[in-house]
Design a protein around this ligand. Structure first.
Ligand code: CA
Length: 226
């Protein structure tokens, strides 16, 4: 899950980025409205965390312009302003939810999960593919009911596969799920994590698709095609 955080307050930005990374999200952080627009145009983010009072272009203007250009990314507004009119304006401009500062990081993570769930059309918070289940809230992964312990990056990679079972994901797409801009990327990182996941979830759980990437079978499609 790759998110863009737009926040000019350094202390809030650091805390949010650190907290969400511990929760398994890859977070890119920018500090003004113009840079935010450029980043959204360039990268495929799953969600935008948007402060309203920002240098160069304020959050409300950024949001209005994104929506005017047909961008449907889920937006959670983070605002210190407690005036009801600001919140109403944010929601009317196309925000999906908002939090008033100071907020609790656990609540922020829970609201992010709820927005992503809504976005993917899933009401059930537990993701189940074949014999594997993943709980985005608790980070619990189970194989045939038994708990499997994963590192944060193994979890992020598995999440990417389980969000789109049956889809082939390229190495570049998988790398993007794992890293923020300021992380260094080891060239074989994706292979290393996939190797670890296969060891824990079964050697044939993640398939190689030669020359294209990797996939996890969608058991629903498999059954239907028989
Ligand atoms: Ca601000």
């Amino acid at each position: 899950m790759r998110l863009l955080l737009v926040e000019d307050d350094l202390m809030v930005g650091e805390a949010v980025r650190k907290g969400l990374r511990l929760d398994g999200f890859a977070v890119d952080w920018v500090q003004d409205g113009k840079t935010a627009e450029a980043a959204v145009a360039q990268e495929d983010y799953e969600l935008l965390l948007l402060d309203l009072g920002l240098p160069k272009k304020n959050g409300l203007e950024v949001l209005k312009s994104l929506r005017a250009h047909g961008c449907r990314i889920p937006v959670l507004v983070l605002t210190a302003r407690d005036a009801i009119s600001d919140r109403v304006a944010g929601l009317d401009a196309g925000a999906d939810d908002y939090l008033i500062k100071p907020f609790d990081l656990e609540e922020l993570a829970a609201r992010i999960r709820a927005l992503l769930r809504r976005q993917s059309g899933r009401a059930d918070p537990i993701i189940e593919v074949g014999h594997v289940t993943l709980n985005p809230a608790t980070h619990e992964v189970r194989l045939q009911g038994s708990e499997v312990s994963l590192s944060a990056r193994e979890f992020a990679l598995l999440r990417a596969f389980l969000d789109r079972p049956g889809a082939v994901l390229s190495r570049a797409q998988l790398e993007e799920k794992l890293y923020g801009w300021d992380d260094s990327i080891e060239s074989n990182a994706v292979e290393v994590y996939i190797h670890a996941l296969r060891k824990k979830l079964g050697s044939d759980f993640i398939k190689n698709v030669r020359g294209v990437g990797y996939m996890v079978n969608n058991p629903v499609n498999k059954a239907a095609s028989k």
